[in-house]
Write a protein that binds this ligand. Structure first.
Ligand code: HEC
Length: 149
């Protein structure tokens, strides 16, 4: 009888250990991943320049392209170097201001710190389709220089 009781306690101990491990795992999906959390930011705020044929030196479209840059991306957004935006926010807000929110910066920083995990490709939004050339809304007014410069 005693053996059975001791055994029962052992089993309970193991079960509680396993469930503790289980809880640890459950927290993981909330850690940011490339496909779920980072791609949407890149599509909206970075790929206008960081895609093949545009001004920025490297495309940030696929995981393979982005992964080696994770550390530099985190540094660039934390320093607010990227996306580049030189308008002074004290003098109004521009409709095409690409600046990241605090939340977006925190997401990228946490993702890079966590080893830049890919996550599940099924979580990714559809790739963004870009048109050539002008990619911000049509201007209300186009002013030409009196003399070409
Ligand atoms: C308006 C165009 C533009 C946008 C938008 C833009 N970048 Fe860049 N980015 C550049 C250019 C041009 C360079 C290369 C020159 C430089 O380093 O300033 C660059 C360089 C970088 C670098 C390399 C910095 C280094 O240390 O060498 C990183 C990382 C980067 N961008 C990340 C991003 C991320 C992340 C976003 C979006 C949140 C973004 N960029 C949005 C134009 C852009």
């Amino acid at each position: 009888m005693l053996v059975v009781i001791v055994f029962a306690f052992l089993v309970m101990g193991v079960v509680s250990q396993v469930s503790a491990v289980g809880t640890g795992r459950e927290e993981k999906p909330s850690a940011p991943t490339f496909y779920k959390d980072v791609v949407p930011i890149l599509q909206n705020k970075c790929q206008s320049c960081h895609r093949v044929g545009e001004a920025a030196p490297m495309p940030l479209v696929t995981y393979e392209q982005t992964r080696p840059w994770a550390g530099k991306i985190a540094a660039a957004v934390e320093m607010r170097m990227m996306p580049p935006w030189f308008a002074d926010s004290r003098y109004g807000h521009f409709a095409n201001d690409p600046s990241l929110s605090e939340q977006q910066i925190a997401t990228i920083a946490a993702w890079a710190k966590d080893g830049a995990p890919a996550g599940d490709a099924h979580d990714a939004p559809a790739p963004r389709i870009w048109s050539e050339g002008w990619n911000i809304p049509q201007p209300d007014l186009v002013v030409k220089m009196p003399k070409p410069v």
